[in-house]
Unconditional design. Structure first.
Length: 284
């Protein structure tokens, strides 16, 4: 049986929750790193890359569960992402070619002030080693800023692993698009928060999706319809994990608020222990 693990977008808070969730499942006897294919989008690319490299779930979760508490920047420090959200909704609606809208987002991303590419890549390379890709099948997603085309990085792409993961996490307007072979790439979550349809050839698929509660309309409707289309593309048995009530209560709506990382990881750990038996029905 071929198994795929799909880890979705979710910012720093999502990284913490996904890490805790996977560690909790492992504590309960279900190690999802046994997946034949790991697919990561944005936050999920960082968690997934570590799993694919062979780091244990406990090791991945440790920085958020036991490390020093990060400082919290006020919400006002975040750029206004309303235009970005509007463009993502437009692309997902199908009213215009998605690549055309993505290219417009790319133009915005290139013009926005941001830290250097190398500084941003460094936020991931500390955990990902020398940039060599894992032997396990791992893919992470990005979007070309120039033409809006979708890219799935894998070991055959020729790109350094940390650079690939950084590109998948490069939220337009917040972080710099990442350079590779004369082009620049941004967050793969611009196409979809999960890109789960890429796991269509697997017998068992576990999708971990960060979905804050009380998502306003029409965002919930548009993103929900997109996810339903992805599910219909899958042929195997599927389980989906989203934050439960306890996780949602501590994660909040601002997934970029690093002060919530530890409580999100702790809630994920508890939820993972509870979810393990359900997921094991398709996984073992």
């Amino acid at each position: 049986m071929k198994k795929a693990l799909v880890l979705g977008a979710g910012g720093p808070v999502g990284i913490a929750w996904e890490s805790g969730l996977i560690a909790g499942m492992a504590e309960a006897g279900l190690d999802v790193s046994s997946a034949d294919f790991v697919l990561g989008t944005s936050a999920g690319s960082f968690v997934g890359a570590q799993l694919a490299l062979g780091r244990t779930p406990a090791e991945i979760a440790a920085p958020d569960l036991t490390g020093p508490l990060p400082a919290s920047g006020p919400v006002s420090d975040l750029p206004d992402l309303s235009m970005l959200i509007g463009k993502i909704l437009e692309a997902a609606s199908g009213k215009r070619p998605a690549a055309e809208v993505m290219a417009e987002i790319g133009t915005m991303a290139l013009a926005a002030p941001a830290i250097s590419e190398e500084e941003f890549i460094g936020k991931f390379s500390w955990a990902l080693g020398d940039g060599t890709w894992p032997s396990k099948e791992f893919g992470c997603t990005a979007v070309d800023t120039a033409d809006g085309s979708f890219r799935v990085w894998d070991r055959n792409a020729g790109i350094d692993l940390s650079r690939a993961v950084a590109s998948s996490c490069a939220v337009p307007g917040m972080y710099p698009p990442i350079s590779f072979e004369g082009r620049r790439y941004m967050d793969g979550g611009m196409r979809s928060g999960t890109n789960a349809d890429l796991a269509r050839d697997y017998d068992a698929v576990l999708i971990v999706m960060v979905r804050p509660k009380a998502i306003p309309s029409p965002i919930a409707e548009v993103f929900g319809a997109r996810f339903e289309r992805e599910l219909k593309a899958l042929s195997g048995r599927v389980e989906v994990i989203v934050p439960d009530e306890g996780s949602n209560d501590v994660m909040g709506m601002n997934l970029m608020d690093s002060s919530r990382r530890r409580p999100a990881a702790e809630a994920g750990l508890v939820q993972g222990r509870a979810e393990a038996a359900r997921v094991a029905e398709i996984w073992k």
